[in-house]
Write a protein that binds this ligand. Structure first.
Ligand SMILES: Nc1ncnc2c1ncn2[C@@H]1O[C@H](COP(=O)(O)OP(=O)(O)OP(=O)(O)O)[C@@H](O)[C@H]1O
Ligand SMILES: [Mg+2]
Length: 365
């Protein structure tokens, strides 16, 4: 069998054109950290201002092109971003004038996305109570509802009124001491239901660039379920400190969660850990514990991905009632078992944020 040469791999990559710039990705300096080990090829696409749609398209065409080179058995492509110093002249000349992503929210220390593989597993409940528990630990916290199709955050937080404007910036609404932005606060109900990728991308950008968040320790994002445009947009608009993945213990939910975890890995977003929701039900009359959605799934998927299980939340009526009434359980009944579970999860997530940010290499920009 012929040994795999770097020349063959680079030749294949030269066939992949960036449609925005009309040049191939090698000439543009997008291909970096190319490693060839036996039949396995890995490299990073160091993007520099491409649209999310272009990034996704280039990611799949580059990995397809390399996988077709004879002798290649595995291709792994990371998405990264390039610092100007690392970029060749030709690419630099094509740069947009927009600021680097982190400059969107310079006063925000950490950005945490709450995501899930499938819908209805309790993402919004976790995002809201996680934000509140972080706040209770003394942090300044903001909460963004990225779920344009089902913006539940305003209702769950009991947020009333519309965001104001000052100095050409949107002033977020505040509820329970947390700054909130949601598409639900801006557009009429159901209007966003017809939105497509580019509109979602610009909404996500606007939530960051045009909102006066002020200094925050954490900005928490309640994501829509799955692996769609919002996930891609968010992870490309801001460098996320990490993602908290919510799942129920049963297997169908876990299948989806693996897919979602795989996507975040591919996007280079650190996985802070797994929150298992609806883990069990304690019958109030008998005190018996019922594993309604099965047992142990959260721990299994955490072990599989080598990330911590941040906590388990029981199925409990007051958690739902608190969400419906706009007074989440962490503020409505701070001494309840649920509230305690959320505070533990917040502490574990905060510790993980510190741990993963300490692991990151210094920014060379
Ligand atoms: N641990 C729990 N105990 C009881 N009810 C819960 C619990 N977690 C979530 N719920 C309820 O389940 C429903 C779905 O939860 P939630 O809206 O948080 O899920 P989601 O994943 O954000 O859903 P979507 O995908 O629609 O955005 C809500 O009515 C919520 O109050
Ligand atoms: Mg939700």
């Amino acid at each position: 069998m012929a040994t795999l040469s770097e020349t063959a791999v680079i030749a294949a990559l030269r066939e992949v054109q960036d449609p925005d710039r009309g040049q191939d990705i090698v000439s543009l300096g997008l291909v970096q950290e190319l490693h060839i080990h036996d039949a396995e090829v890995s490299f990073t696409l160091a993007f520099a201002g491409q649209s999310p749609a272009t990034k996704a398209a280039l990611h799949s065409s580059a990995s397809r092109a390399v996988s077709q080179v004879p002798g290649v058995s595995r291709v792994s492509v990371k998405m990264g971003s390039a610092g100007p110093a690392a970029r060749p002249q030709a690419a630099a000349a094509h740069q947009h004038a927009s600021p680097p992503p982190a400059d969107f929210i310079p006063e925000v220390k950490h950005t945490v996305a709450v995501s899930s593989g499938k819908g209805g597993v309790g993402k919004s409940t976790v995002a809201v109570n996680l934000a509140l528990a972080l706040k209770q630990s003394g942090a300044q916290v903001g909460l963004v509802d990225v779920d344009v199709y089902g913006p539940d955050v305003p209702l769950m937080m009991g947020a009333k009124g519309r965001p104001g404007m000052f100095d050409n910036k949107i002033i977020p609404v505040e509820a329970h001491g947390i700054k909130i932005m949601s598409i639900g606060l801006l557009v009429a109900e159901r209007e966003a239901l017809v939105w497509r990728g580019p509109m979602i991308h610009s909404a996500v950008q606007q939530f960051l660039r045009d909102v006066n968040w002020g200094p925050l320790d954490y900005l928490v994002f309640d994501m829509p379920p799955g692996t769609g445009d919002a996930q891609l947009s968010l992870s490309q608009v801001v460098p996320l400190s990490g993602v908290v993945m919510v799942t129920t213990p049963q297997d169908v939910a876990l299948l989806d969660v693996r897919k979602a975890l795989g996507m975040f890995r591919k996007l280079n977003v650190p996985i802070l850990g797994i929150v298992e929701n609806m883990s069990y039900f304690i019958a109030p009359d008998t005190g018996r514990r019922y594993p309604i959605f099965g047992e142990g799934g959260g721990q299994r998927v955490a072990d599989e991905f080598g990330v911590p299980l941040l906590g388990q939340i029981p199925l409990e009526m007051e958690t739902r009632e608190g969400g419906d009434a706009g007074v989440p359980i962490t503020v409505g009944r701070p001494d309840s078992a649920q509230a305690l579970a959320f505070r533990k999860i917040a502490a574990a997530a905060a510790a993980r944020v510190d741990a993963v940010s300490a692991l990151k290499l210094p920014d060379i920009r």
